[in-house]
Design a protein around this ligand. Structure first.
Ligand code: ADP
Ligand code: MG
Length: 569
């Protein structure tokens, strides 16, 4: 056996601990949800590995989490018979934060407690939340496939100790030494109500000791029992995976709690959709739309995907094959009856059943959004403000659903002249002026540049609405949109605008004359500007500005040019 070793927490952990202890003061009880959630994950992992290696279950096949307490000592224990941790795993998992984006997260903290506690709500707190109520935490754990167990212990300040110990059973036992002010948690009824509140949906039993009432003799004195019998355990939660229950049996509160469990997000979801599919393929899905975007949403490589189960057995987190990248904000569970328990990420990428499920789930999400846009426009606007930029990847990512996605898009336009993206293409079409048959748009680096562009002058005069685009993704999106409801899209900075051609013979002549008169000036300008322009022409596109730059109809857009220039092309 090795000696006890003292190790330091990663800087980020120290910061997180400090923050958590100070900002989650009013919502302490969530620590129990986090620890039960971890125990349930550990049991899920063991169940999965035991499919190929049944020996792991050994003589302890009934998977469960147990909660016990000692009122006098002021301790609370959460004990699971899941996968457990090796020494190295304990050091890595309980001493560092592996989540991507942690550094960015910590940078965003303002020191303002109210704001910070909302941020931490989005981040998810996990194991370290034990230190909200405990001044010392002891973790004793043994991996299911190892003999050696370890004890990890910390007071949640700067460091933790780790040492090898004996432990007869596999899995993890976490003991919280409750702070003086938090002894209330070492209480049977308090714990039972917290388990029901937060962990009812957990698919394994969360057990507590049965309350044994003392028996009394005829004189009313408690009977002395000869021998203290072994504790009897009973499940406190319903221990049925939430998605296997029928929709009518599940309350909104339960759906919301389950969301927190699968998403590691403490905020409430905006919407969800729970469906059981029967027929050629059989699967159940429970999909959630979060109310807030994560920090790394813009990153197409962010961890994404659904929790995958096969016949109720947990297979993997972040199974990304079930939804396209532009739906990377969706959280939830898919439970299939058709896949094999041995399925791997590689297999998922090339499986025809998965393909069918992906297109059905994609439609499901689009339908959920379409319904929300129609029936709860305020919620939809909230959704758009958070996730609109990702939906804009949709037309290029998912050509087959282009029209459905286009209906969901929201724009800033000259109708409102505000930067908020609130207008739909359907609204645009409804407002189209007489004789207008195109949807006009302009890109610029910023909303203000777009709004004040001289290119818009003539359109404003004619009463034609123009989409004002200034998100980086917009040009890419427009290059795959092309048309909507039979109306083509027209970049107002490109080539000739249609209505310029609608002029009479007479007007045409007049224009040619003018052009002729101005020819010396135009030639002079062209020779001064030389290589910088292809052509200098007169125009009736402008009403106030003296001149503007136009890109040829088949040239690259200005914005795309800038992007390529920035990329050194
Ligand atoms: P998360 O659950 O989001 O991964 P946590 O902070 O809750 O983050 O837990 C960190 C890691 O510690 C887990 O990913 C897991 O590897 C490990 N862990 C925590 N609790 C247990 C447990 N009861 N059994 C096994 N591993 C655990
Ligand atoms: Mg966790």
């Amino acid at each position: 056996e090795t000696q006890k070793e003292t190790l330091g927490f990663q800087t980020e952990v120290k910061q997180l601990l400090h923050l958590m202890i100070h900002s989650l003061y009013s919502n302490k009880e969530i620590f129990l949800r986090e620890l039960i959630s971890n125990a349930s994950d550990a049991v899920d992992k063991l169940r999965f590995q035991s499919v190929s290696n049944p020996d792991l279950l050994a003589d302890d096949p009934n998977l469960r989490v147990r909660i016990s307490f000692d009122k006098d000592a002021g301790t609370l224990t959460i004990d699971d018979n899941g996968i457990g941790m090796s020494r190295e795993e304990a050091i890595a998992n309980l001493g560092t934060i592996a989540k991507s984006g942690t550094a960015q997260f910590l940078e965003q903290l303002s020191g303002d407690q109210k704001k910070d506690s909302q941020l931490i709500g989005q981040f998810g707190v996990g194991f370290y939340s034990a230190f909200i109520v405990a001044d010392k935490v002891t973790v004793e754990t043994r991996r299911a496939d190892e003999q050696q167990a370890v004890r990890w212990e910390s007071e949640g300040t700067g460091e933790f100790t780790i040492e090898e110990i004996e432990k007869a059973t596999r899995g993890t036992r976490i003991t919280l030494h409750l702070k003086a002010d938090d002894k209330e948690f070492a209480d049977n009824w308090r714990l039972r109500s917290l388990v029901t509140k937060y962990s009812d949906h957990i698919s394994i039993p969360v057990e507590m000791e049965k309350v044994v009432y003392p028996e009394f003799d005829e004189e009313g004195n408690p009977k002395e029992s000869e021998e203290k019998s072994a504790p009897e355990w009973e499940a406190v939660n319903s221990a049925k995976a939430l998605w296997t229950r029928s929709r009518s049996e599940v309350s909104d509160e339960e759906y919301k709690e389950f969301y927190k469990h699968v998403s590691h997000d403490m905020a409430e979801p905006l919407k969800w959709s729970h469906n059981k599919v029967e027929g050629k393929l059989e699967y159940t899905s429970l999909l959630y739309i979060p109310s807030k975007a994560p920090y790394d949403l813009w990153n197409r490589d962010m961890q994404r995907g659904l929790k995958l189960y096969v016949q109720r057995v947990f297979i993997m987190d972040e199974a990304e094959a079930f939804l396209p990248p532009y739906m990377r904000f969706v959280k939830g569970v898919v439970d299939s009856n058709d896949l094999s328990l041995n399925v791997s990420r590689e297999i998922l990428q090339n499986d025809s059943a998965v393909d069918s499920m992906r297109s059905a789930l994609t439609k499901r999400v689009l339908d959920m959004l379409t319904k929300m846009a129609k029936n709860e426009p305020e919620d939809y606007q909230k959704f758009w403000n958070e996730f609109g930029a990702v939906i804009k990847e949709g037309p290029a990512d998912d050509f087959g659903n282009k029209d459905k996605i286009a209906k969901l898009l929201r724009f800033s336009t000259t109708h409102t002249d505000k930067p908020e993206q609130t207008e739909s293409l359907d609204q645009y079409i409804e407002r189209m002026a007489e004789g207008q048959d195109k949807i006009y748009y302009i890109y610029a680096e910023t909303h203000n540049t777009a709004k004040n562009s001289p290119h818009l002058e003539v359109l404003r005069k004619k009463g034609y609405e123009v989409l004002l685009l200034s998100d980086r993704i917009d040009e890419w999106m427009m290059s795959s949109l092309r048309e909507y409801e039979g109306k083509s899209f027209q970049d107002v900075t490109k080539g000739k605008l249609d209505f310029e051609a609608e002029e009479t013979e007479e007007a045409k002549k007049e224009k040619e004359q003018k052009q002729e008169q101005l020819k010396p000036l135009l030639d002079r300008m062209k020779s001064v500007l030389d290589e910088k322009v292809a052509e200098v022409k007169t125009t009736d596109r402008l009403t106030q500005s003296p001149a503007c730059l136009v890109v040829g109809e088949f040239d690259m857009g200005l914005q795309m040019r800038r992007l390529l220039e920035q990329a050194g092309q």
